[in-house]
Write a protein that binds this ligand. Structure first.
Ligand SMILES: NC(=O)c1ccc[n+]([C@@H]2O[C@H](COP(=O)([O-])OP(=O)(O)OC[C@H]3O[C@@H](n4cnc5c(N)ncnc54)[C@H](OP(=O)(O)O)[C@@H]3O)[C@@H](O)[C@H]2O)c1
Length: 370
């Protein structure tokens, strides 16, 4: 296993190597982090896709992207294993230092081992139930589990797959799924046991910080069942880990078609309400935006007003990425890329400075406004 973790000095030195990428690096959790991170969610669970990701990740890391996002269940562990392979290769060759890179992964969903087995139910029984990792009642929605035992097993699986002694950011994967099945009180009790476990994992060096990677949770209204309250999560983190707790990062979808992170004041702050991005900024959390291209759909056919708003950019994908990476409060825009050509396009976007607030605000201007 590769020892070490992302450090302030090494990530700053990585950033200095890419002086051609104006505004591509910004501070996050004490490190210099790329404004565009590479995601590894989509794609078939096969060798051809492994190879494509391998080349894409290598191109990204060699070109100025120092954050990789994954999850244990992405392509049934194949995405993590591919990242591990690239990291081992580049660090052995001396072209990348472990400490220059921020690796984020997630646990929460049941995963197979590389492919769907012929009898999934039997496989699950054999690997998770008989081994005592999951009790039948632990499972929510047929696929989600949030017990310390399960998350502990997933964390170990991820460390092995990635070949990393320390994972920089460890997320609970879509924890809001649990709210579909249990009361908010029970949910927060489950969160507490997991945060206790994760604070222990920080203490023994298996992770750097932890957080919540979500789909609906931080975009929902407080009246919705699956809404996640940053205030509640922070309260539990403080109770468990004191003021120096390590609940330090969140992830939520944010793109031109899913703008709730900046348009919906759904977080409780004192007597008032603020947006999730504003609250995360107040709390000093690292924020990664997922689905920057709405799973590829925003890479073509954007309206003329977007071309007008970002006149120097060359393609709709670049405009959609620019929107996300330029939004105040977003540290990293995650773009899923298994194609080298797409990585090059992301790097070309990163060579432009982020859009100014004035340029962004033009997008929110109603027709007829002066
Ligand atoms: N709940 C969660 O925790 C959650 C949910 C969703 C996503 N995420 C994370 O966020 C990452 C990004 O989201 P995503 O992968 O779902 O969607 P995305 O980034 O919005 O879109 C990825 C898709 O866009 C394509 N693409 C990338 N660059 C392009 C370009 N320049 N031109 C045209 N197409 C382009 C990719 O193709 P190729 O792959 O062929 O290059 C891929 O099919 C994920 O990979 C994952 O790490 C987390």
């Amino acid at each position: 296993m590769l020892k070490g973790r992302a450090t302030a000095d090494a990530t700053a030195s990585y950033a200095r190597r890419f002086s051609n990428l104006a505004g591509n690096f910004r501070p996050m959790l004490g490190c210099s982090v790329t404004s565009i991170g590479i995601g590894t969610y989509l794609g078939e669970a096969d060798e051809e896709t492994d190879r494509a990701y391998e080349h894409a990740i290598e191109t990204a890391l060699a070109g100025g992207i120092n954050l990789v996002d994954t999850a244990v269940n992405y392509r049934f562990q194949r995405s993590e294993r591919t990242i591990g392979k690239v990291l081992a290769k580049l660090t052995a060759a001396g072209t990348l230092k472990r400490e220059e890179l921020i690796v984020a992964t997630k646990g929460g969903y049941i995963t197979f081992d590389g492919e769907v087995p012929p009898d999934p139910r039997r496989w699950f029984e054999e690997h998770f139930v008989r081994t005592g990792i999951v009790a039948p009642d632990d499972l929510v929605d047929g696929s989600h589990c949030m017990t310390p035992k399960y998350i502990g097993a997933m964390l170990e699986m991820s460390r092995q797959n990635l070949g990393l002694a320390t994972i920089d950011m460890y997320y609970l994967h879509n924890p809001e799924t649990q709210l579909e099945a249990v009361s908010r009180k029970e949910f927060l009790a489950r969160i507490r046991t997991i945060f206790e476990f994760l604070e222990g994992a920080v203490s023994d060096g298996r992770i750097g910080v932890y957080g919540a990677a979500t789909w609906n949770g931080f975009r929902a209204e407080p009246t919705e069942r699956g809404w996640l309250s940053l205030d509640e999560l922070m309260r539990v983190a403080r109770e468990v880990g004191g003021d120096a707790h390590h609940f330090r990062a969140i992830q939520l979808p944010y793109n031109l078609a899913m703008p709730e992170a900046v348009t919906r004041a759904n977080q409780v702050a004192g007597q008032g309400r603020v947006t999730t991005l504003a609250m995360a900024e107040q709390l000093g959390l690292g924020v990664s935006a997922s689905a920057t291209l709405l799973q590829g759909q925003l890479s073509r056919g954007l309206p003329q007003m977007l071309r007008d708003a970002f006149p120097t950019l060359k393609s709709d994908a670049q405009r959609a990425i620019q929107f996300v990476r330029s939004t105040p409060g977003v540290n990293v825009a995650l773009v899923g890329m298994k194609s080298v050509e797409h990585v090059r396009e992301a790097l070309a976007t990163a060579s432009y400075p982020p859009a100014t607030l004035e340029e962004l605000m033009r997008l929110f201007k109603r027709s007829g406004d002066p």
